[in-house]
Write a protein that binds this ligand. Structure first.
Ligand code: GTP
Ligand code: MG
Length: 493
């Protein structure tokens, strides 16, 4: 059976929530490690003219984090830049300056991307490296845009961006040949979709970009072709295409079908919404603000105390709270909570926040630690049991006890080793097979024990999907995806 078929039949997830799968082809191992250390997010716009986040009274606009994903050069940064321009955050003079700078670098058409690509390296190469973070708002929603890099060397940065997101905008280039390259096996259109699903991006807006390109010219045939090829793939990646995915045509460079609908004289066949309308209409699953507090730490720094950054995955945090930093069980007090640049009294699930703490030194925190409630702290383990879907192993190797890989689970990047294969799952019946399993190959579904050298804080997938789903990567390739089914109580705290 085709691997994608098997993944679909695996149904890793509950029906409403997320399933996830991943495809190989990606960055080098060294880069994974490097990206763990470097600051992978760059702040683009200070959200001065944007309304403050939801406060204790909860009467403001809702807030959504949206990650832009897709193959290299699909137009993610251009579309993100255009959004900022159309929402009045970048003036004409700045655009003219970027036009000149882009021209000087022989990258004329890249000027819109320069709004998001602020580093010199990014501008010279025309490729996003660090995730760009910017803000804008529509009628109903305050959005934080996370502009991920498409190049395969920077997949770890994309993972970090997607793990902060609620929804995704998958940008696909309609230009002749470009859709095809991104969609091929090993292309990042596939890998990004599969990673996004694994990382909990529950809804996707698929934008078919570059519709203005001379090879496309707003052709309905080209649009339909791309949509019809993407639908089965999205389905096999675990997305419910009817409920969770919407398509629309777009030109990020020219800015068409973005803030207002594309003119009928240009695109007579499109009767659907424009990008802003579609983003406005997206509904995300309810998250319980009263659940036990969980915030994986993605970064930390010193600033009048210790400041930690991350996304609240469960519960709420407010000034004055006492919490635990896990796994080192350090009791801390919350001095202040910030959403974007704004100080807030309370932040609920889904918010990306900075929390100023007292009671812990910055050097005692490592990204991957979890800020957690005291009453119900997150478990910390050296070992866990997981159900794994093997994708493609390097050189078609066999997967057996002793296999080593890099584990990516919420903000944790940690070396791990497979200790024991427990059961192989029959993909047809989804039941464990009787015979003892010593090794498996590509495409297998297997339950196994996994060990790490340092204590890690994770949850069972059935309790907290966001903190219990993971990927395994080897030498920069995603080789397996899985869910935590059991935590080893002997080593949990
Ligand atoms: P990475 O960050 O490297 O993954 O690329 P990206 O997806 O951010 O693409 P980027 O926005 O840098 O654009 C890549 C190239 O595509 C640039 O030359 C853009 O001008 C061009 N481009 C982007 N959107 C459009 C569009 O709507 N129409 C046309 N004709 N070209 C576009
Ligand atoms: Mg980019």
């Amino acid at each position: 059976m085709d691997i994608e078929e098997e993944i679909r039949s695996l149904q890793l997830d509950s029906s409403e929530d997320n399933n996830g799968v991943v495809n190989p082809e990606a960055a080098k191992l060294e880069q994974i490690e490097e990206s763990d250390k470097m600051d992978v997010v760059k702040e683009i716009s200070a959200p001065e003219d944007i309304e403050g986040p939801e406060d204790a009274e909860g009467d403001k606009k809702r807030h959504l984090n949206v990650v832009f994903i897709g193959h290299v050069d699909a137009g993610k940064s251009t579309t993100g830049g255009q959004i900022l321009f159309l929402s009045g955050q970048v003036d004409d003079r700045t655009i003219q300056k970027y036009e000149k700078e882009a021209k000087d670098k022989s990258r004329e058409s890249w000027y819109m991307a320069y709004i998001m690509d602020t580093n010199e390296e990014e501008r010279v190469k025309g490729k996003t490296v660090e995730v760009g973070r910017a803000h804008f708002e529509t009628e109903t929603t305050r959005f934080t845009i996370l502009d991920a890099p498409g190049h395969k060397s920077y997949v770890p940065n994309m993972i970090s961006g997607a793990s902060q997101a609620d929804i995704g905008v998958l940008v696909i280039s309609a230009r002749k040949g470009e859709f095809e390259t991104g969609y091929e096996r090993g292309g990042q259109t596939r890998e990004h979709v599969q990673l996004a699903k694994t990382l909990g991006v529950s809804k996707l807006l698929v934008v078919v970009n570059k519709m203005d390109d001379p090879t496309v010219n707003w052709s309905k045939e080209r649009y339909d072709e791309i949509e019809s090829k993407m639908i089965p793939f999205l389905r096999s990646s675990g997305y419910n295409v009817k409920k969770d995915v919407h398509f629309l045509p777009l030109s990020g460079l020219v800015g068409l079908n973005m803030k207002t609908r594309v003119d009928k004289s240009l695109c007579s066949w499109w009767n659907g919404p424009c990008l802003f309308e579609a983003l406005d209409a997206i509904e995300v699953p309810f998250r319980d603000p009263k659940g036990p507090f969980r915030m994986p730490i993605i970064d930390k720094f010193k600033d009048m105390g210790t400041v930690v950054m991350g996304k609240v995955e469960s519960g709420s945090v407010r000034e004055g709270d006492s919490l635990l930093v896990m796994p080192n069980k350090a009791q801390v007090k919350v001095f202040a909570v910030y959403c974007d640049e704004n100080k807030v009294k309370l932040a609920g699930p889904g918010e990306n926040v900075r929390v100023r703490l007292s009671g812990i030194e910055e050097e005692d925190i490592i990204s991957g630690f979890v800020l957690s409630s005291i009453a119900k702290p997150i478990p910390a383990v050296y070992e866990f049991v997981a159900q794994l879907q093997i994708l493609e192993l390097l050189d078609n190797a066999i997967f057996t006890a002793g296999y080593k890989a890099v584990l990516h689970i919420h903000s944790i990047v940690e070396e791990c080793e497979i200790i024991e294969l427990l059961q192989q799952i029959d993909p047809k019946t989804k039941k464990p097979m009787k015979k003892k399993v010593l090794f498996v190959k590509n495409g297998a579904v297997v339950v196994c024990r996994i060990q790490v050298n340092n204590l890690i804080c994770i949850e069972k997938f059935s309790d907290f999907p966001q903190l219990g789903r993971f990927t395994l990567r080897t030498e920069g390739k995603t080789v397996a995806m899985g869910k935590v089914t059991d935590l080893n109580s002997a080593s949990s705290t």
